[in-house]
Every structure is written in C-alpha cells, then in structure tokens.
Design a protein around this ligand. Structure first.
Ligand SMILES: [Fe+2]
Ligand SMILES: [Fe+2]
Length: 153
C-alpha cells in the first residue's frame, strides 16, 4: 500500500495561522473576563495575577502581529494596517496605566470595561482581516505559518 508523502510547508492547509490567532483572541477575552470579575469583587490578589497574565499574553500577541502579520497585511490594506498599529499603541499605553491603577488599588470597573470593549472592537476588525490572509500565495502563507510557530511554540 502506498503512503502519502509528508506535506511540505508550502502544501500545509491555509487557515492554520488564522485559527491560532482567533483562538488567542478568545483566550485573551477569557483572561480579561477574569480580571473584570476580580475588579468587581475587589479581589486584589487575583486581579493583580490575572492582569499580569493578560499583559504578557496580549503583548506577545500584538508584538507578533506587528513584526510579521501587519507587514504582510500592509500589501492588502495599508490603511487598516496603520489603524491596527495605532490601536496597539493605545492598548500598550492603557495597559501600563491600568497596571499602575491595580497596583495602587485605584482601578475602576467602568474604566476597565471601556478598555475591554476597545479590545473587543479591535479583535472583530482583525478577525475580518485574518480571513483575507487566504489571498496570500502559498509561499507567503507558509512563511507566516513558520514565523508564528517559531515565535509561539
Ligand atoms: Fe491586534
Ligand atoms: Fe490580534
């Protein structure tokens, strides 16, 4: 019986990077809900730990997007790529301020909810953008896949 030759990277099915990025958004949202709930319950220890976890996950996610995804996406829609970069800059700044507010016990639930809603709108715009990655050539998609695997695994 003949066995199929192993697939090369260029033959890997498209959609893998997109699925990983969408899964990362869902994971970030779940951690964010935990922080929001700790803020409402005034559970300071868990609010601090969850915020540190969220910050690490979010910064790694957006660092990868800026290093690899947005330069690739720029060719498809430069205006949106720039808007997404400016969202990231705002998130980094807001996250820094929220971290300080949590440390000094000055965080307000409404302010945190605004941040969560800003992130949610960004994720929705990005997920529409992720879907357009299928338009990339097989080689460009395989390169993106390789860069994602090297960065995260
Ligand atoms: Fe992003
Ligand atoms: Fe994202």
């Amino acid at each position: 019986m003949e066995t199929a030759a192993p697939k090369t990277e260029a033959e890997a099915p498209k959609g893998t990077v997109r699925a990983r990025l969408v899964a990362s958004h869902r994971k970030l949202e779940a951690i964010l809900r935990g922080v929001a709930s700790s803020i409402r319950d005034d559970d300071r220890s868990s609010m601090h730990d969850d915020c540190v976890l969220f910050e690490g996950e979010l910064l790694k996610h957006i660092d990868w997007e800026e290093m690899y995804l947005l330069p690739t996406f720029e060719a498809l829609d430069p205006t949106l790529a720039n808007e997404l970069r400016s969202d990231h800059a705002r998130f980094r700044a807001t996250l820094g301020r929220i971290g300080i507010e949590i440390d000094i016990h000055a965080i307000r639930a409404e302010r945190f909810d605004e941040f969560a809603s800003d992130l949610g709108a960004h994720a929705a715009r990005e997920e529409a953008m992720y879907a357009t990655l299928d338009e990339l050539s097989d080689d460009d998609y395989a390169a993106l896949e390789r860069q994602h695997t090297t960065f995260f695994f």
